[in-house]
Design a protein around this ligand. Structure first.
Ligand code: FA5
Ligand code: MG
Length: 433
């Protein structure tokens, strides 16, 4: 794999560019840019790099047991519980596999972002060409989904922004978007004199509401939106977690707010939200509804929830990181423990289980921890089979040895591994194979 040119720039020789990395999911080759089976022709706006494209297709939010997936599932479950149809089914649909390449119309125009707005700059986005870019936010899908007839939906996906790389910034992160449109009846329920209530009026735009919205309808929507999101924050972080609302501005919502939470003594933005600009709904063919929307960063929520200190860790393929999230119930409480920067030593151990005695894997895990102490990072059952004739079951465990502060020697590891074998044979009555 040869990476010769950091990005396609005018002045970068074609022969150089054509040797750029080609991955399964996305590649750039000359002026041809391929992303997840779609092909585009690059031009003067193209600034996607092979390194950036290598993130496409990782789909961290869809990977079983990945912390971002656990968080996405918890948000989804919260929304399912909050909003049920009269027949008891969840109202929200989930769209988590939408193609990450969108048009400038989707990412900006459909959201009323002015033509000269700073957020369109080439220096802030990853453009495929003049008309297409890697979505900079999941809001890019709002308009098309509303046009398709969806009233309550979530969009979950990877988003791309040109940014510095440090502990809290990475050019690829994940957002979860929520959109809810309500009719008058859905917002107010059924009252005797429904004529007294209305969603729309022909008034002045104020700090609190758009000119087309009645002040009361806007207030109700705000209360519902904030209630839903505060409920989400307390269900994930606990009742005592301090959060605060901050007034914000987005071209596609008014009024708008951000929700912040404290992480290590600093206020961190968890999401942006607001009452959707009515023009967006009208452009998508919706006349009789009012909408709210929010967009949250899954990494930010996961960092708070699990105490993960660095956004780059989400991309780690190190089992020391991933194994900490290997649980099926996304609500399992977990606090992340730092992974050593030293290389691991991996040793397997196989034994026959005792025939006439109770055996639990948990007993072996305890034994490994008590003999191996801080040298052991992980123990996992990797194979189990029963011999048909002998009627004996064999287990194979993989033990990952790694120290937080120093390199381990193979002899040191072998020594501990032998002790574990001896101890297991004598106290658990297993026969080492
Ligand atoms: C948006 O992207 C809006 N589309 C959100 C929105 C949706 C507002 C619907 C109103 C209605 P913003 O750029 O602030 O806004 O990002 C939203 C959230 O994504 C932030 O609150 C944060 O949680 C997360 N986020 C933003 N930038 C980063 C980053 N560089 N790294 C990690 N997470 C980020
Ligand atoms: Mg923001």
């Amino acid at each position: 794999m040869v990476v010769v040119c950091p990005r396609i720039l005018p002045g970068c020789r074609l022969s150089q560019i054509t040797r750029l990395l080609s991955t399964k999911a996305a590649s750039v080759n000359g002026t041809k840019v391929e992303v997840l089976g779609r092909e585009y022709t690059g031009d003067h706006m193209t600034n996607v790099t092979p390194h950036l494209l290598s993130h496409i297709g990782r789909d961290l939010h869809l990977q079983p047991h990945h912390p971002l997936r656990h968080v996405a599932q918890r948000v989804t479950q919260h929304m399912y519980r909050q909003y049920l149809s009269p027949r008891g089914n969840p109202l929200f649909s989930v769209h988590s596999q939408l193609h990450p390449v969108v048009t400038t119309h989707q990412n900006f125009d459909s959201l009323l972002i002015p033509k000269d707005h700073v957020s369109r700059k080439k220096s802030d986005n990853f453009y495929i060409n003049e008309t297409h870019l890697l979505r900079a936010h999941t809001s890019a899908h709002q308009s098309e989904l509303i046009s398709m007839g969806f009233d309550n939906f979530l969009v979950i996906g990877d988003v791309y922004r040109r940014d510095d790389i440090d502990a809290s910034h990475y050019p690829v992160f994940h957002q979860l978007e929520g959109v809810r449109l309500c009719t008058l009846k859905e917002l107010y329920g059924t009252h005797q004199n429904m004529d007294a209530y209305h969603l729309f009026e022909n008034g002045e735009r104020t700090e609190d509401h758009q000119g087309v919205h009645s002040a009361e309808a806007a207030r109700r929507m705000e209360a519902e939106l904030k209630g839903c999101l505060l409920g989400l924050a307390t269900s994930l972080f606990g009742q005592d977690t301090e959060v605060r609302w901050v007034d914000a501005y987005f071209p596609f919502t008014h009024p708008s707010w951000e929700l912040e939470v404290q992480i290590n003594g600093e206020w961190v933005e968890l999401l942006g939200c607001g009452i959707m600009e009515q023009e967006i709904l009208a452009n998508a063919g919706v006349q009789d509804k009012i909408g709210w929307a929010f967009g949250l960063g899954l990494e930010r929520w996961a960092m708070k929830l699990y105490g993960i200190p660095d956004i780059r860790l989400f991309w780690s393929t190190d089992l020391g990181f991933l194994s900490q999230f290997r649980f099926d119930d996304p609500a399992t409480p977990v606090t992340y423990k730092a992974v050593s920067k030293y290389n691991p030593c991996i040793n397997d151990i196989s034994f026959w289980l005792p025939k006439d005695q109770q055996y639990e894997s948990a007993d072996f895990y305890d034994l490994v921890r008590s003999v191996g102490g801080s040298l052991v990072e992980q123990v996992n059952l990797v194979d189990s089979f029963t011999h048909p004739k002998k009627q004996l079951t064999s287990h194979c465990y993989r033990i990952v040895y790694r120290h937080m502060e120093r390199v381990l020697t193979q002899e040191e590891v072998n020594d501990v591994h032998r002790k574990i074998e001896q101890e297991a044979a004598s106290s658990l009555q297993v026969s080492i194979r």
